[in-house]
Design a protein around this ligand. Sequence first.
Ligand code: SAM
Length: 292
Amino acid sequence: MHKDIATPARTRAILDKYGFSFKKSLGQNFLIDTNILRRIVDHADLTEESGAIEIGPGIGALTEQLARRSKKVLAFEIDQRLLPILGETLAPYPHVSIINEDVLKADVKAAIEREFEGIDDIMVVANLPYYVTTPIIMKLLEDKLPIRGIVCMLQKEVADRIAARPGTKEYGSLSIAVQYYTEAETAMIVPKTVFVPQPNVDSAVIKLTKRKEPAVAVKSESFFFQVTKASFAQRRKTLLNNLTSQLPGGKQKKEQILAALEQADIEPGRRGETLSIEEFARLSDALLIHFS
Ligand code: SAM
C-alpha cells in the first residue's frame, strides 16, 4: 500500500514542491484526515466492481481512497495547475482518469459512457467546492445520469436544507428539488480542522440515494419546480399571496389559483413550508391548466 496523500505532512510537502497556492474562488479546501476520507467512502458502499465519479480531486486525497475501493475512478478538475500534481500523486492508480474541465460545463453522461463500459454500479463521491455546491448537485440530478447516488461534503447549512422535512425552517424549494429525485440523509458532521485551509463554515456529508422513480408523479416537472419556488419566495407570506405575486400573470388569476388550491384540498392561508411534496404535486397539477 502506498503512503496516504491526506496527511498534514505529505499534503504540505506536495504543495511546497509545486509551489501551489490555494484559490479561494475555486473553493479549494483540501482534506488532510485519512480517517474522515475513509468514512466518507464507507458511506458510498462501493465494491470492487463499482465506478466512482469525483468532482474536484484537488491533490488526490479522496481520489486515492476511491481508487483503492473501486474498479474505476473518473474525476473532473477545473484547475489546470493541479494536473501535474495529480499525475504524480495518483501514479500508482492507473484506473483513475482525470478530466480537466468545469463539471458544470462537462457532458458527464458521455464521459460515463466512455469511461465506465461494463460498470453498472456508479456513485458520485466528492468534497465539493462550496461556491457551487447547489448547481453541481442539481446538474448531476437533472442530467438523469445512470448513477446510484451521491455522497458529498458540503456546507452544513446547505446539507440541512437539502435533508429538511416539512414544517421546519430549513425546508424549502431546495429540499423538494433534491428529494424529488433522491432519498436524502445527513451522514456525518465534519469539523473545520480536517481541512487546509480551514473553511469559514461548518461542513457535513450527505448521502443522496437516487429513487427508481421520482418521489411524486407530476404532469409537468418544470411547472412543479416553478410552483415550489414561487411558494417559498417570501417565507412569511401565505401560499395564496406567494402564488399570486410570483406565478406569471398570477395577480389576474387569483380566482383560478383559489380554485386550484381548493381542488388540491389545500388551505390558501397555509405557508409553503407546511406542504409535503405530495401536496405540492397535487397543487401544481391543479394549477397547470390555468398557466399553460
Ligand atoms: N477532493 C479534494 C479534497 O477533498 O482534498 C479537493 C476538494 S476542494 C473542496 C474542491 C476542488 O474542486 C478543488 O480542487 C477545485 O479546484 C475543484 N473545483 C472547483 N470548481 C470546480 C468545477 N466547477 N469543476 C470541477 N472542479 C472544480
